[in-house]
Design a protein around this ligand. Sequence first.
Ligand SMILES: N[C@@H](CCC(=O)N[C@@H](CS)C(=O)NCC(=O)O)C(=O)O
Length: 337
Amino acid sequence: MLKTIMAGAALAFGLAAAAQAGQTFDAVKARGMLNCGVNVGIAGFSLPDSQGTWRGMDADLCRGVAAAVFGDPAKVRFVPLTAVQRFTALQSGEIDVLIRQTTLTMTRDTSLGLRMVAVNLYDGHGFMVRKDAGVTEPKGMDGMTICLSPGTTNELVTTDWFRANNLRFTPLLQERMQDNATALQAGRCDAIGTDATQLAALRSQFTTPGNFVILPERFSKEPYGPVVRRDDQEWFDVIRWTVSALIQAEELGITSANLEQMKGSPNPEIRRLLGVDPVLGNALKLDPAWAANAIKAIGNYGELFERHLGPQTPIGLERGLNRLWTNGGLMYSWPMR
Ligand SMILES: N[C@@H](CCC(=O)N[C@@H](CS)C(=O)NCC(=O)O)C(=O)O
């Protein structure tokens, strides 16, 4: 009896393992190109510049994965997706990975046939209101019309908060955030509710940013991360550890500028990360230089943040929770050994 159960378990495990043996990873390698799902256009995350080149932290993470897999950050096809379209595009195989300000939540992780991989940015929901509305505390939003994107956590967070506080609001739901930005500036809604980084990014593109205030309160936790299908554990590993490598590089002081020099370091952690010791690349079935190629292409995590979202950019965000754990933030790579 026990033997039968064990044989059954082994068979089930064997079948599951077969279904998970690298089908996405193999397809990506055979295609020679990564199909990466990004936002349709938001500054700092993924926005085409005047030459049509996608710029932003999410766009660069796509390039980092391409550099890790192919040794070439240019091997990416960017697939712009709204919040509503994003999970279907991943489920149907149109994209290999979704890197689009997607909040890791329990129901998304458990019920969509998808898997949230790792955190690449810690954010929180906020509201931006017209300055002349004179809102000094969140309860001052009672009765307002609030612009929201359907299919987002922000729609849910807003509904929860107003209900919990016994206040009322009228939602104005528009799939394109750009339409919400236009509506707020034209006075068709009184506020926009979305993640705080998005509010800063939107306001940076307003003609009169000074007429709008981002309330300092945060109403939720919004950890962003890449998402993959559940069908391929090897592909999950590639994405998870590419994100980790960028954080570990910052922990070790490796930058895109000093990387070549760092390859000569006697520090075993640096030698492993940069592929002088090939153990990590072997574990992922990638070239020993996988992480070095990603860091060279897009920089370490800190470089990525500063270049796209930091105080020197029009978006102008402090690192806050996105600092390394050694500086009081939450960014902490698992040991890469
Ligand atoms: N973190 C939120 C989504 C954040 C988000 O997507 N927000 C706006 C950005 S301002 C958006 O892109 N809306 C729709 C669009 O323009 O595609 C979630 O995972 O549900």
